[in-house]
Design a protein around this ligand. Structure first.
Ligand SMILES: Nc1ncnc2c1ncn2[C@@H]1O[C@H](COP(=O)(O)OP(=O)(O)OP(=O)(O)O)[C@@H](O)[C@H]1O
Length: 309
C-alpha cells in the first residue's frame, strides 16, 4: 500500500488541563473512506482540526500528505479539502458566489455547474450564506471542500441533518471521490453513514481509539442479535446464562435502552427458545422479538457501555 495520506501518532490535546484527545493514533489512505466514529464530545472534531492545522496539539505527530499541517499550512491547504461543522463561510456572500470564488483559487478546479447540479445548490444559489438552512449550508460547505480536486478531504458530519435525497447525493459524491483515489476522512456519530461509506472505522471514546478495523472486521465474530422489546428491569445476566447453557455457545446481553434488550450470539432455534424461557421466568410479555445482524451500534455499546447519541 502507498504511503498513508494521513498519519496521526499519539496525538494529545487538553483544554484547561482536561485531556480531550489522549494518545490517539490513526491513518487514512488514498482511495478509501476512513470514518472516525464516536459520541458527542469524544474528541473527533478536535482531532480533525489538529490535522487541518486549525488547532495546535499538545504532543504527538501529524503528517498530512507527508507534510506538517501547522508548519506547512499553505502547501497543505492547496491539496487538502476541509468541510467544517460550522461552515466557516462568509455570512454576507451569496452561495454561488462563494463557491465560484473558491474555485478560482485552484489551478484545476472541478466544474462548479456540475457540483451545483449534483448537490442541488441551484435552488439557493443567490441566497446569502447567513440565510441558508443548516442542510443547505452543509451542502455548500461540501462543494467548497471538494471544488479544488483535493487529494485528501476532511468531512465533519457530512450528512447530519440532511433530508434523505440530499444525503444520498452527498454519499454518492463521497463514493465517487473515493473511487477516483481521494483519501476521505469523515467524522460521524451516524452508524449508517459509517456502515455505508467507510472502508475503515476508528471508534473513538474519551479521546482514544477503542476499536479499529474494516466494518466487516468490527462486525465479525458474533454476528447476530436477538432484540427483545419488553418491560424494563429484566436481569440480562440471567438471559446470557440461559442462552449460553441452552445453546452451548457464548452469549452476552445488554439493556440497550429501557425495556430493549440486545442478546448477542449465534441465533438458532434453541436460542429463541431460551429467550422465551427467560421472558416466561421473568413473567414478562414481549411486544416484539426480532433477529438481525450485529451493527456498529452494538459494537460501540459493548466497547463503551454507552450509546452513540
Ligand atoms: N476550545 C475549547 N475549549 C474548551 N473545551 C473544548 C474546546 N473545544 C472543544 N472542547 C471540549 O472538548 C471535548 C471534545 O470536543 P470535540 O468537539 O472534539 O468532540 P466531538 O467528538 O467532535 O463531538 P461532537 O460529535 O459533539 O461534535 C468536548 O468536551 C468539548 O466541550
Amino acid at each position: 500500500m502507498s504511503n498513508p495520506a494521513l498519519v496521526v501518532r499519539d496525538l494529545t490535546k487538553s483544554y484547561d488541563g482536561r485531556p480531550v484527545v489522549d494518545r490517539l493514533s490513526m491513518e487514512a489512505h488514498a482511495g478509501q473512506v476512513t470514518a472516525v466514529l464516536g459520541p458527542n464530545g469524544a474528541g473527533k472534531t478536535t482531532t480533525i482540526e489538529c490535522c487541518e492545522g486549525l488547532r495546535t496539539p499538545d504532543s504527538g505527530e501529524i503528517r498530512v500528505l507527508g507534510m506538517d499541517p501547522a508548519a506547512e499550512a499553505s502547501a497543505a491547504r492547496a491539496r487538502v479539502g476541509v468541510m467544517l461543522q460550522d461552515g466557516g463561510l462568509p455570512s454576507g456572500a451569496r452561495a454561488l458566489e462563494v463557491l465560484t470564488h473558491v474555485s478560482t483559487m485552484y489551478a484545476r478546479p472541478r466544474s462548479v455547474d456540475d457540483l451545483v447540479d449534483r448537490l442541488g445548490l441551484a435552488g439557493f444559489a443567490g441566497t446569502t450564506v447567513r440565510r441558508l438552512s443548516g442542510g443547505q449550508r452543509q451542502r455548500l460547505a461540501l462543494a467548497i471542500a471538494v471544488v479544488g480536486r483535493p487529494e485528501l478531504v476532511f468531512l465533519d458530519e457530512p450528512s447530519a441533518g440532511l433530508d434523505p435525497q440530499s444525503r444520498r447525493a452527498v454519499w454518492d459524491l463521497v463514493r465517487e471521490l473515493r473511487d477516483t483515489g481521494v483519501a476521505i476522512v469523515l467524522t460521524t456519530h451516524l452508524m449508517d453513514e459509517a456502515e455505508n461509506l467507510a472502508d475503515r472505522v476508528y471508534v473513538v471514546d474519551h479521546g482514544s481509539v477503542v476499536a479499529e478495523g474494516t466494518t466487516e472486521q468490527l462486525l465479525a465474530g458474533r454476528e447476530q442479535t436477538i432484540r427483545v422489546e419488553t418491560s424494563t428491569g429484566l436481569d440480562v445476566a440471567i438471559a446470557a446464562s440461559l442462552l449460553s447453557q441452552d445453546t452451548g455457545s457464548d452469549w452476552n446481553a445488554v439493556e440497550e435502552s429501557p425495556g430493549v434488550y440486545l442478546l448477542h450470539g449465534e441465533v438458532t432455534p434453541a436460542a429463541l427458545r431460551a429467550t422465551t424461557t427467560w421472558l416466561v421466568q421473568a413473567d414478562a410479555l414481549a411486544h416484539r422479538i426480532s433477529t438481525g445482524r450485529r451493527t456498529l451500534e452494538d459494537v460501540f455499546l459493548e466497547l463503551t457501555g454507552r450509546t452513540l447519541r
